[in-house]
Write a protein that binds this ligand. Sequence first.
Ligand code: FAQ
Length: 324
Amino acid sequence: MPAPTLDRQPAGSPDEAALQQQFAATIAADRRIEPRDWMPEGYRKTLVRQVAQHAHSEIIGMQPEGDWLLAAPSLRRKAVLLAKVQDEAGHGLYLYSAAETLGADRADLTDKLIEGRQKYSSIFNYPTPSYADVGVIGWLVDGAAICNQVPLCRSSYGPYARAMIRVCKEESFHQRQGYELLMTMMRGTDEQRAMVQESVDRWWWPSLMMFGPPDDESPNTAQSMAWGIKRHTNDELRQRFVDMTVPQAQFLGVTLPDPDLAWDEESGHWRFGAIDWEEFKRVLGGQGPMNDVRIARRRAARDDNAWVVEAATAHARKHEAVPA
Ligand code: FAQ
């Protein structure tokens, strides 16, 4: 794919002020910015940061559930899980491709992830010791991802917004398969019901942290919203997720581990207790239960498979060199 022409302006092009004005008008009219369009460097950098973090999350996010592929309890469950984990690889590919339209290099982004210079979602630093975790990840983690990502289908950057449409369709399917798995377990034995509850107890609070820091501690939200990259604040989406999920928990028959969870008639929202932001900071700082394992595996995948990339690249070059 040719590199975008962000910095190259054709001779006789309007000066930067006019380009800036055109960009602002496109955003104000809620139209899309495309790779060929001029964009401020800050806009491009913010998108590369967010899209790369998102892509890394999808790829690292294959690991927690991937751990259950060989131990799924039936062929059907194994096939479903395999399809889901493959979908996550696909989401990573769409997102790395979107980042490439901004001039980023995928191999470079991967290096930055492995060196700790780019982030991935905090949620994937928690372990999956129980098979119920597969269902709870589908229900809560994919559920949170949907809340966060459906508005991104209207993001101002065209390739990101379009990638999100397909990602969201697949995430909805993931969420339903997780919920179906949990419903099946809840109809099973007391031991199975206890497994589901124990898993919900571990994943509930980390799922709320997925939406990012509270609005008054989120350095990027205001600018990202002004640029139409984000459409809602972190707290707005977190509240939307809680409101959506509480009735689902009631229907499932599990208790969410928050004694302060209460319906607020006046606002029409579920009020919830204080999130442990110190834990969030620890996980972001590399001190989560699984940070080291996740990055070590990603590093091994990059290094052990380098020969495949080399071979595929050599093959592609050979074909490029042969005239059609
Ligand atoms: N984890 O100023 P803000 C999925 C960072 S995909 C780690 O609020 P922003 C699918 C943030 O980057 C899940 N870091 O930042 C799946 C920033 O650091 P920086 C991923 C976090 O960007 C399901 C700093 O904190 N989804 O689950 C987190 O405006 C099941 C300050 O934060 C996306 O990436 C966090 N939770 O808002 C796969 C969606 N939160 O970069 C497998 C797209 C914040 O300045 C299985 N991203 N940080 O050093 C977004 O919507 C936004 O980037 C937010 C953060 C909302 C995540």
